[in-house]
Design a protein around this ligand. Structure first.
Ligand SMILES: *Cc1c(COP(=O)(O)O)cnc(C)c1O
Length: 501
């Protein structure tokens, strides 16, 4: 299986190279040259398998340089009961909406309580396997700029992985208290965390500058290091996410909730378009899906795009209570467009987006998008009301991101009248990661600060605080440092144990 770039027709590389590099040099994203096809019989064969076995057998089609045994060993380590709390890392809770079963796929039982663990527990294994093939003997230095969830999940995934060091930069005042605490107390001998004076864009721009700096790359090469990335455009992350849509479908069949071959609709609270794209790829491979329901918060650039074919990032940016979806440039959308357009003028659209902040797709592409995707949004008030409603009607607690998805599911049912198809709703974070927002949605009393909010939520709802979050209280701070964006090079060098000349 070879990998192509969305912006360069002449390119064709191995998976190991695509995973090590993350992004193509001309700015394109790597995509597999074809999608393996699963017949109903192939799906049936996956039914009796465990999650790691399903993961290895799906991934082996895309990673032909590695053996099934290698992948299985890595998937077992990544999705162990020790890390995810049970043999099945992705339990499903079913609630009902107007008589339609909504199967809530809880993707947040990993070490950092957000769905990013599903990809970032596996990526280190895929990256180290890839490095052995593509750059034997080198140490990967992973640089990540984060607005919260990715940084922590990457730190946890890569901690103490041999042959890898990881350094995370976050905006000093741009992450939640819980997210900051998760990062600055991170354990592991190969990790580093540093705050940046500035916002997320400053951190992101600084990381990109270092990635492309000739001086820094040469310096690192001389010391047998190589830069790598753990952000959501890395193929290794997407591939890990395709697996859980297959596995969830198979679990619903096993529990007799659906029959093998029945279509389901999949609803995903969306930011960078990675999670919902993985669902689309699963569908391309033969998973029976009716519609994809794309849910946005007030930053509703995707709602407009999927409905009208116009992508317009020139709009007000809102800071919401679902911060991981506060994004105006959904990078992975480029991969969907590459797959859907006949004309393949993705590169032109992306250049327009950079230059003018807006592009319009051709009519044919717009029609295809419309046939596959339903898109809608939830305001802040609607998000809070949804958390309260689901809690009161079902005794089930959801986080603000999941609530955006749940509200948009109801829009979908009302708009389409599609009451015959069950819905799979991706639940992307533990409610405890956003304890004060969740508590303020369901309680009328004053909301306490910090860990008090976490405890109050637990008391009020009689639910258990996830162990990894409970353990943060009173934990030793290892990384109190904050630097200026222009001094990031020095932090990188000290992480690699190199003297800056
Ligand atoms: C990252 C994230 C999202 C958005 O996922 P994308 O793959 O970027 O669309 C949604 N919810 C939570 C909790 C997240 O951390």
């Amino acid at each position: 299986m070879k990998y192509l770039s969305t912006r360069d027709d002449s390119l064709s590389i191995e998976a190991s190279e695509a995973i090590t590099r993350g992004l193509s040099r001309e700015g394109g994203l790597f995509v597999p040259e074809e999608f393996p096809q699963y017949s109903q019989e192939d799906l049936r064969a996956l039914l009796p398998l465990s999650y790691p076995e399903r993961a290895a057998s799906i991934m082996k089609h895309f990673l032909t340089e590695f053996t099934y045994e290698e992948l299985l060993e890595r998937a077992r380590a990544a999705y162990s009961a020790e890390k995810f709390g049970s043999e099945n890392p992705i339990p499903i809770t079913t609630i009902e909406e107007n008589g339609v079963p909504v199967h809530v796929l809880e993707l947040w039982h990993g070490p950092t309580c957000a769905f990013k663990d599903m990809a970032l527990q596996m990526l280190p294994h895929l990256l180290t396997l890839s490095l052995e093939k593509s750059h034997p003997g080198a140490t990967a230095l992973i640089l990540t700029a984060t607005s919260g969830d990715t940084g922590k999940a990457a730190l946890e995934g890569f901690r103490d992985v041999p042959g890898v060091r990881i350094l995370v930069f976050y905006p000093q005042n741009g992450v939640s208290e819980m997210q900051k605490l998760q990062m600055i107390t991170q354990e592991g001998d190969n990790v580093g965390v540093c705050a940046i004076e500035g916002n997320f864009d400053d951190a992101q721009t600084g990381v990109k500058r270092i990635f492309t700096s000739e001086k820094m790359n040469t310096l690192l090469e001389q010391h047998h290091f190589l830069f790598s990335s753990a952000n959501s455009i890395n193929w290794g992350r997407l591939l890990s996410q395709i697996v859980y849509y297959f596995s969830a479908y198979l679990d619903l069949v096993k529990e007799s909730r659906i029959l093998l071959g029945d279509p389901i609709n999949i609803c995903v609270p969306t930011g960078n378009f990675g999670n919902i794209l993985a669902a689309y790829y699963a569908f391309q491979m033969g998973l029976p899906v009716g519609r994809f329901i794309c849910a946005s918060n007030s930053n509703d650039v995707l709602t407009q795009f999927l409905n009208e074919g116009v992508y317009d990032r020139k709009r007000v940016f809102y800071e919401t209570i679902s911060p991981s979806m506060d994004i105006l440039i959904s990078s992975n959308l480029e991969r969907l467009l590459y797959d859907l357009t006949v004309t393949k003028n993705v590169r032109d659209w992306m250049q327009k987006l950079t230059k003018d902040g807006v592009y319009t797709v051709d009519r044919d592409t717009a029609m295809r998008l419309h046939a596959l995707f339903y898109a809608s949004r939830a305001t802040e008030e609607e998000t809070k009301a949804e958390i309260r409603r689901v809690w009161e009607e079902n005794g089930y607690l959801i986080d603000p991101h999941t609530a955006v998805g749940s509200k948009v599911c109801r829009d979908y049912l009302e708009y389409t009248g599609d009451y015959d198809t069950p819905i799979l709703l991706a639940s992307t974070a533990s409610p405890y990661k956003f304890a004060s927002s969740v508590l303020s949605a369901i309680a009328s009393e004053e909301i306490p600060e910090g860990f008090e909010a976490v405890r109050a939520l637990s008391r009020k709802t009689n639910t258990v605080i996830p162990a990894p979050l409970a353990a943060l209280e009173g934990k030793k701070v290892r990384f109190p440092d904050c630097c200026r964006a222009e001094n990031m090079d020095a932090v990188v060098c000290s992480m690699a144990g190199i003297e800056l000349p």
